[in-house]
Ligand binder design. Structure first.
Ligand code: SF4
Length: 175
């Protein structure tokens, strides 16, 4: 049971770093992600790469990680194709740790981002500094969502974005 304090999805934290328009569209239930070939590719990638682990853990319909490993500490894993969006990946996973701590009382979970294609791995822990950052991001997301849709700006992610046609349909909004 959530405390109703956190109602932000991990995907929204991710989109906050990729594109504020995308964040706004997704959050207002204009969802086209199922049409994106890239998203499907990501799903296939992690299915093939980590067959032995428990996958697709969703909690409270808000956070959803690729798989968990339980040892001395709880490891939350996310599998990503490349490091192109690494900042978004980083904060999305930190948000999961923040959520587990503040909503579930799990204080010692560790976040791991796996990049199987480049055989890299990043380990993240929640600390005072990044917890404060997550709080600020949540606040800023709230401000964005309570306002009008942010004007689309061309960003590198546009070409692979499921909202591309939608955003292009109003070219006047691009600067
Ligand atoms: S197409 Fe570009 S501007 Fe439009 S929502 Fe996607 S990333 Fe944002």
């Amino acid at each position: 049971m959530t405390s109703n304090i956190l109602q932000i999805k991990g995907t929204q934290i991710n989109y906050y770093f990729i594109c504020k328009t995308k964040l706004w569209l997704f959050s207002h239930h204009i969802q086209m992600e199922q049409e994106s070939e890239l998203v499907s590719l990501g799903k296939i990638l992690h299915k093939d790469s980590y067959k032995r682990d428990k996958k697709d853990r969703t909690i409270d319909n808000l956070i959803s990680f690729d798989f968990v490993r339980k040892g001395e500490t709880l490891e939350i894993h996310e599998v990503k194709k490349s490091k192109k969006m690494s900042k978004a990946h980083h904060y999305q996973l930190l948000y999961y740790l923040y959520y587990l701590k503040n909503e579930k009382g799990i204080n010692d979970a560790v976040g791991i981002i796996d990049y199987p294609k480049i055989r890299r791995r990043e380990t993240l822990k929640l600390d005072e500094r990044n917890e404060k950052e997550i709080k600020n991001i949540i606040k800023r997301i709230g401000n964005i969502l309570s306002d009008e849709m942010p004007t689309p700006q061309k960003v590198p992610a546009c070409l692979k974005c499921a909202y591309y046609e939608f955003a292009l349909s109003d070219m006047r909004r691009f600067k």
